[in-house]
Design a binder for this molecule. Structure first.
Ligand code: HEC
Length: 95
């Protein structure tokens, strides 16, 4: 019973990669330092690279909001735009 419930939960989850958490250098670009500083506090920046193929502009916005509001990532208001601009420019999914 429990096993079936878990399987259904997993099946309903969005397809996002969270395996292979190894450090990964990010592409050079405006905002790179801020992203590396803030987004490597809890997991490595490989999470960004692994999920790049799936995340459009709107989805990156949702990710950053989730990191802040759900997981408590220490992101200042004035850093959000910089982080998003970098993620969308360097790691936004192809349209
Ligand atoms: C306060 C801790 C914390 C910080 C800081 C943080 N994250 Fe996360 N992040 C998490 C947690 C917890 C998960 C859940 C996945 C896991 O590790 O199992 C996660 C997962 C992710 C994932 C995988 C997809 C998902 O939603 O589970 C991505 C992509 C991601 N984070 C991006 C970022 C970016 C970009 C930043 C910087 C803006 C960031 N994270 C900063 C805690 C954090």
């Amino acid at each position: 019973m429990h096993r079936i419930a878990l399987a259904m939960l997993l099946a309903a989850a969005p397809v996002l990669a969270i395996a292979d958490d190894v450090p990964a250098p990010l592409r050079p670009g405006a905002g790179q330092e801020t992203v590396e500083r803030i987004c490597s506090g809890c997991h490595t920046t490989s999470y960004i690279r692994m999920n790049a193929p799936f995340l459009s502009e709107a989805q990156w916005k949702a990710e950053v909001t989730k990191m802040r509001q759900v997981f408590g990532a220490p992101i200042e208001d004035d850093e959000v735009a910089e982080i998003l601009a970098y993620l969308i420019a360097e790691y936004g999914a192809p349209k």
